[in-house]
Design a protein around this ligand. Sequence first.
Ligand code: MOS
Length: 764
Amino acid sequence: MTYYVDAEEHPATDRQGVAQLPPWGETRVVGKPLSRVDAYERVTGSAVYTLDLTLPDMLHAAIVRCPHAHARVTRVDTSRAERMPGVRAVLTGASPGADIPWHIGRQGPTSRLFDTHCRYAGEEVAAVAAETPHQAWDATRAVAVEYEVLPFVVDVDAAVRPDAPQVHEGGNRLGAPRVSERGDVRAGFAQADVVVEGTYRTSCELHTTMETYVSVVRWDGSRLTVWDSTQGVFATRAGLARILDLPLSSVRVICPYMGGGFGSKFEVGKHTIIAALLARMTGQPVKAAVLREESFLSQGNRPANVIRLRAGAKRDGTLTALEGTFTGVVGAYPTGGTAPFQVEALYRCPNVRVEASDVYVNAGRGCAFRAPGFPPCNWALEQLMDELAGKLGMDPVDLRLKNLTTVLQSQGNMPFTSMGLGECLTRGAEAFGWRAARERPPAVGHVVRGVGMAAGMWGYQGEPRSTVILKLYADSSVNLNMGASDIGTGTKTVMAMVVAEELGVPLERIQIEHADTATTQYAPVSGGSQTVLVNAPAVRAAAADVKRQILEIAAAEMQCQVGDLVLADGKVARADGSGEARPVSALRGLQERDVLVGVGRRHPHPEGKIALPFAAQFAEVEVNTRTGEVRVVRLVAAHDSGRVMNLKTYENQVFGGMTMGVGFALMEQRVLDPQTGKMANANWHDYKIPTAMDVPLEQTCVPVDPHDTECNTTGAKGLGEPATIPTAAAIANAVHHAIGVRVTEAPITPMQVLQLLAARREGE
Ligand code: MOS
């Protein structure tokens, strides 16, 4: 599977001669539940996020956005705005150098930075730079824009009708459906004793990152420096260089702290280019901060899906056929839509056919969002599996255990380096008390409980290119230099722990310099659940390089062979225990050099195998049959993401992922007003996300480590995305277990629950 993050071309890192270290044995630091190395800065507010940054003489940008779902800009008059107090520049598509082609993603349609054809409410029309944010905002209202309002379409069924308003010329389908097929589905269904089918719908979700979208831009002559809230400084640099036609060496992108992206901060934003242009016009630094409401309209989302699925199985539960039609509702400028991967790959099944297509509507664009396409696919597949288990009279866990596979069937039956789903299912069920909970007699009264589960997998094993530089100073303190952004997952902490593991240097003596294209080496974006598994092996290799140099120096000074020495707790000692251990800082060779520099590179992926993570999650819910309310009372997550690098950040990822899953299942939904085409809940009051009151107190994380020695030199697979994939389906299955009705449309609102219960009563 390719991933959105490949959208920009990067210079290839030379991978020749990358030595691969043997797997770790017992670890001393890695795996421990350690607090984050930057916890103090983060919780006290002293950490400077891009949103906090202020430069001398800095101006503030504000963007004029189209208020219509579909319109043509016929005239833009900036004269009044230019005379507003504090205004230094007004930028439109007619400004010098601003008529820039805009291309999102590899296949997406091309438009302009300020396109006169506005395809959704919130599209960028013009921008202002002023001395204060308020002056800039006031001035945007003084920009007079005339629109020719066009008919719009925001409903997916309406969008594919032949007479629908066209979001882009050529119709509202993004090309022909993508079909993938193996075996003979028709024969597979003919062999089946039981067939189940269903149509599932999921809602468009918004990323709601704590830090919104913000760039601070400064020109020094022809050199551009950009502080950006981004998941990848190198991807942002590549985009800026391409769009502004600058050499890579002239663009510096920095991201010291980052307040969440979830896939929405992979590409250069229009606000970043706008800031760069305004800064060039004014000769002053410019900050462009996208407000919460604007971000809901224009910074991407998880596309709504419509999924039709059919499954056939033998009486004993063996799957014989799976068939699915997937439609992603991707908005006006998509970077990714629907993803049937799990239907093709999660369970052993010889006959599979999936058809996937994406449809434009007049709304903000779909983009990558924590496991792009996977939670919607899982919502459908895992509810259908639950349905199938019911029809077969099988336990849902047993049905899944019956259909495990150790190969990636959609990729020539390529073996997985490890596959711990069976263990996730059995150990998760045990930790949850699944069998007993499943058989508990139904509660009396109007508040009823139920339990459900779902399995899942993630489909991307990362882009294996990362170069890390490690410096050991004369006092044996360390500087770790890496390109990766820490998007809030604890990347810096985990990488420091890898250094501590290899060199025996305590965490507080390791300083980290990261996510700065001018001073660090290439790392791919922090996304796709690849950050640890791509960067940690490079960090480990850099540490091993330094360690080799220490031992070489020590061997010369201690008059022995390198192989006779070990490095532990910051001291070099003879492996046989003879003689005195020597502190690293006491080595003369280190004092003479002042610094030892190690370079580490990520090794390529194993050949002929693929490393992917797996998960099984279990939910208990309480449904109030009078109000229709659903409360999640308990969650258990059993994950095979390979080695646990830090138990605390591991649990953080799992609990955070499940919290997003609770949002997906019960509340998150972009509402587009069918009468105006505008988003009706573009604020944090009306767009509901789970709060502390909505997530269960009882959440348990069960790490399953298959001791994968092949995936990479750390044994860690990805965790960030798998953590959110099966949660919503597990909750839906628990709701079905509780009240006997199946809610196929996410989110499970009280209204839906009441309507389904009423419909069932009428049918009785
Ligand atoms: Mo993610 S959607 O790879 O940040």
